[in-house]
Design a protein around this ligand. Structure first.
Ligand code: FES
Length: 156
């Protein structure tokens, strides 16, 4: 493990007593810090909690919130739900793909963005919608996509 990763993980672990109930909060903090859960980090968490590695891997793969491959600094989610679909969600997704130059499940080369699609972000009245991290963008148009990404796709 790289010393910098080890140092950051130790700092996270220092907030916990090492009880098995600490597993999920530690995984959440680790993911927030590293943006995904590297396998060496999960092994170290297992050691700290004195749990079998298989348990830590098993629990983390059970929850959709945990990621096991590196993600970009910002997560973009475009809604593919019915309300968004009927209001042009597919066009918004195409525009985001074009401007970022990636497909859902991919990261931009500079690791700034990861693109995902979701079934509904719970803001159907604002359809079509997308989120960038915790920000929700509603009533999306292709022009608004450009505003969100600062003309990124056009500049390249
Ligand atoms: S269907 Fe898109 S926000 Fe609900």
């Amino acid at each position: 493990m790289e010393p910098e990763v080890k140092q950051q993980l130790d700092e996270i672990l220092s907030h916990y007593r090492g009880e098995s109930g600490d597993l999920i909060p530690i995984l959440q903090e680790a993911q927030e810090r590293f943006r995904y859960l590297p396998s060496e980090v999960m092994r170290e968490i297992a050691r700290f909690l004195q749990l079998p590695e298989g348990t830590v891997f098993g629990v983390s793969t059970f929850y959709a919130q945990f990621k096991f491959v590196p993600t970009g600094r910002r997560i973009v989610k475009v809604c593919r739900g019915t309300a968004c679909h009927v209001r042009g969600g597919a066009r918004i997704l195409r525009e985001v793909e074009k401007q970022l130059g990636i497909k859902p499940g991919e990261n931009t080369e500079d690791m700034e963005y990861t693109l995902e699609t979701v079934a509904c972000i719970g803001a159907c009245a604002l359809a079509p919608t997308m989120t960038v991290d915790k920000e929700t963008h509603g009533q999306m148009t292709t022009k608004k996509v450009t505003e969100v990404f600062g003309g990124r796709g056009k500049a390249e």
